[in-house]
Design a protein around this ligand. Sequence first.
Ligand code: OFO
Length: 168
Amino acid sequence: MISEKVQNVLNSQINKEFYSAYLYLAMSAFFDEIGLYGFANWTKVQAKEEIDHGMILFDYIIERDGKVNLEKIDSPDRNFENPLQVFEKILEHEKFVTESINCVATMSEDECDLATRHFINWYISEQVEEEANARDVITKLKMFGDEKASLYHLDKELGNREYKTHSY
Ligand code: OFO
């Protein structure tokens, strides 16, 4: 059994993960519209991973005999201008999600819920990777500016990303 406070932050985290999936899908649609199909693939794969993140939390709440509460998912941002601006938004968003995960960890410590504290470690590591991935693309985009050939090669590289089920 989990406390109501821990259950609430976990449910709120499910909502954030599904919102993340929506956001990445909106970005994928934008990249598709401007013909950057590799970028579109990368963000679509990320959207699928976000759904996995939400589902792992969903299953965990049930496993702990808690109550899943699916809140309304907000409509995602659609003000996209160019690849660099999109990846800066990704980094900003992932930093927000990191803070939220840290709050789940803090709450589970406050509630002496060591199982949740242990469970959430996987998400803490995942966030380090997600912020690093976004920073890596931002660095590359800043490095070659408006140079079309480099953008083409990066698009090809991002097109190689494959979805693998994210399991806990
Ligand atoms: Fe679920 O990690 Fe991104 O948002």
